[in-house]
Design a protein around this ligand. Structure first.
Ligand SMILES: [Zn+2]
Length: 652
């Protein structure tokens, strides 16, 4: 018993992680809870199976992920609540405050839970009221034997951190002792009628619910509520509805069947808070729900649902907002949280669903945020019908579904919690920002990105330097290769860069006046014209910072580069030599985006790759910069963001 918990070490670990400093070495933490990340697979003991473990440092606790392979290195069986563990190698998941344990040792057997640990990411005061009763409950559910261990006495010193030892007041660790004398069957839950200011006593965080807890009470916000659905099969028929309940720890789906539909459908109202207890907890049927919980609640005949007097339900919700610019990093059909301004709303539309041939109403909204991106979001049914565009509301969606229409889109479905102008600081920030931006501010969209990530990757890979075009032997194989490049025009041949073409619009066939005196004859059209229409076919030399080469340019491309039609250039050549040369001088050292075809052609038995310009445009620096930023964002796992509210236009 000489190893002690590194009291308060989690704060240092998070600080080191956030500041990219070396992480504190070998912290010792206490196991508070062990669960499978995917309980439906609990009998498949593969090494990929992961466990979710809550670790406490005596003051706070944090969620951690451990694979079963690492669990096995700890000796017999699973970790148990109360054990002390030394982390030898650990890190944090990139986007969440979750510990990833790569190696650890067991340093003590089960001990009473030390201190009064609170979740790391919550405000102290709120966590206090929420967590204390929960720990009392957990202790009562443990066998008496486990609670007979002597509580450590005196101040606890932090171990194995480079900081000075931190003293914890002894009185804070004595509270569990006084609890031990209570008879285990006594409930902490007061009847709802006696609720006063501490009506939250005995409230369980939703994320901690599991079938192994039977005395619990949650305080949940009804995020979404389904219509009453009727079902019929061989065993009979019935009806059901479900709600998504949320608090600041997580979310869970609750379903009522038949009689309970009559009892609870009108009680549970969207956007309201309720205390719920005495219901059944099952493993979630994930195929029917995208709610992020391994379990779900079934409302039973004895279930108690009591409206909660708390009038600020936003305190209960936890969001993990994704900037709209980041949508490419989220797969189709995943669900995310979004906050944005509704920039515009389309009229209501009616469509017939493919599956059921039912007519359903929908409404498309355009949502923007500070990332400088916009996305189309679809409302369905009543939510589409009831929507009213009132100025530019802030919209918050919890669990909105990601689609790939026009690159990326969003769809509000039955599991989505939809809130307009909620009273949270992010909404205020967003509204303030929207009031400062220009009315005609342009937003980036995802359209043109086609099939999403893969198409985007191809597009990035398709951009080549001239050196890459050569070294990768583009066009050197059987098939034609396509690439794009940004290059400068450095030289154009002044002779033989156009040909006489048929004057019949759209023909472009080469014509000749040889051996005839009536004009220029087109064999294809069978017509003769007094004048041909000269068209460019010009080899141009281009260079970038890596190399130079020759591109073959047809009329449209050469006309952009030279700035005049071939007919005019021919006239100049006859009339004014210096003006003719000036056209070329003016064309040099300008950059363009060239889209080219590369193909092997044979000249006198010599195979040579020819690059032909299929399309070209002047370099639009703003668009190019935005595209480069987008590419960086997709390639960089840490996700670089455009600085919010920076108007890139003013730098060009
Ligand atoms: Zn013709």
């Amino acid at each position: 018993m000489d190893e002690k918990v590194s009291t308060g070490i989690l704060k240092l670990m998070f600080a080191a992680h956030e500041n990219e400093k070396p992480l504190p070495e070998n912290p010792i933490l206490q196991v508070m809870k062990v669960g499978l990340t995917n309980p439906s697979n609990q009998y498949q003991n593969t090494s990929q199976q992961r466990y979710r473990v809550a670790f406490s440092d005596g003051r706070e606790y944090v969620q951690a992920m451990i694979t079963s392979a690492i669990m096995k290195t700890l000796g017999k069986g699973l970790l148990e609540r109360g054990q002390l563990v030394r982390l030898n190698n650990y890190n944090f998941a990139a986007t969440h405050k979750i510990l990833i344990i790569q190696s650890c040792d067991l340093v003590s057997n089960v001990r009473p839970i030390i201190g009064n640990p609170k979740p790391t990411d919550e405000q102290e005061s709120k966590a206090n009221s929420l967590q204390r009763p929960q720990i009392q409950q957990l202790q009562q559910q443990q066998p008496l034997q486990q609670r007979d261990y002597q509580q450590q006495q005196g101040p606890i010193m932090s171990q194995r951190s480079n900081n000075p030892p931190q003293i914890m007041p002894p009185q804070s660790i004595q509270r569990p002792q006084t609890l031990q004398v209570r008879p285990p069957q006594q409930s902490n839950i007061r009847p709802p009628t006696s609720q006063t200011n501490d009506g939250d006593e005995g409230v369980f965080p939703i994320s901690y619910l599991s079938p192994y807890h039977n005395k619990w009470r949650i305080k949940g916000f009804v995020g979404s509520k389904s219509e009453i659905k009727r079902w019929k099969n061989q065993r009979g028929e019935g009806k059901l509805f479900n709600v998504t309940l949320l608090d600041n720890s997580g979310e869970i789906r609750a379903t009522a069947f038949n009689q309970q539909v009559d009892e609870f459908f009108n009680v549970l109202q969207e956007g309201k808070l309720f205390y719920i207890s005495k219901a059944k907890i099952n493993v979630a049927k994930k195929q029917y729900s995208s709610v992020k919980n391994d379990y779900e609640i079934t409302l039973e005949s004895g279930t108690q649902i009591v409206p909660c007097p708390d009038n600020d339900p936003m305190n209960m919700l936890k969001f993990d907002f994704v900037p709209i610019s980041d949508l490419m990093n989220h797969e189709k059909d995943s669900t995310i949280d979004i906050i944005g301004i509704i920039k515009s709303a389309d009229d209501l539309q009616s469509i017939t669903t493919k599956a059921t041939q039912k007519i359903i109403n929908k409404r498309e909204l355009t949502v923007v945020d500070q990332s400088g991106y916009m996305v189309r979001m679809t409302l369905w049914g009543q939510q589409a019908e009831n929507f009213e565009m009132n100025e530019n509301p802030v919209v918050v969606c919890k669990n909105v579904k990601v689609g790939d229409f026009q690159g990326r889109s969003l769809s509000v479905f039955s599991g989505t919690t939809l809130l307009y102008n909620p009273n949270i600081h992010e909404a205020k920030e967003l509204r303030d920002w929207y009031q400062t931006i220009d009315e005609n501010q342009e937003f980036n969209s995802f359209s043109g990105m086609g099939g999403g990530y893969i198409a985007m990757q191809e597009r990035i890979e398709n951009r080549k330097t001239i050196e890459q075009v050569k070294s990768e032997n583009l066009g050197g194989g059987e098939k034609v290769d396509y690439f794009s490049t940004v290059a400068y025009v450095i030289f154009i041949k002044k002779e033989n860069n156009y040909y006489p073409a048929c004057a019949n619009t759209g023909c472009n066939k080469k014509v000749s006046d040889e051996n005839r005196d009536d004009g220029w004859h087109c064999e294809k059209c069978g017509r003769t014209f007094s004048q041909p229409n000269y068209r460019y076919i010009a080899p141009i030399s281009v260079a970038d910072y890596t190399d130079s080469t020759w591109f073959q340019c047809f009329n449209d491309a050469a006309e952009i580069i030279l700035g005049c039609p071939a007919n005019d250039l021919r006239l100049l050549k006859d009339e004014n030599d210096s003006a003719h040369d000036a056209v070329f001088e003016k064309a040099y050292f300008k950059p363009y985006i060239f889209k080219c075809r590369a193909k092997t052609e044979n000249y006198n038995d010599n195979a040579r790759v020819r690059y032909t310009v299929a399309n070209m445009s002047p370099v639009d620096y703003i668009a190019q910069s935005k595209e480069m930023l987008q590419n960086i964002k997709i390639l960089d796992p840490i996700r670089v963001h455009i600085l919010p509210s920076v108007n890139t236009a003013k730098y060009f």
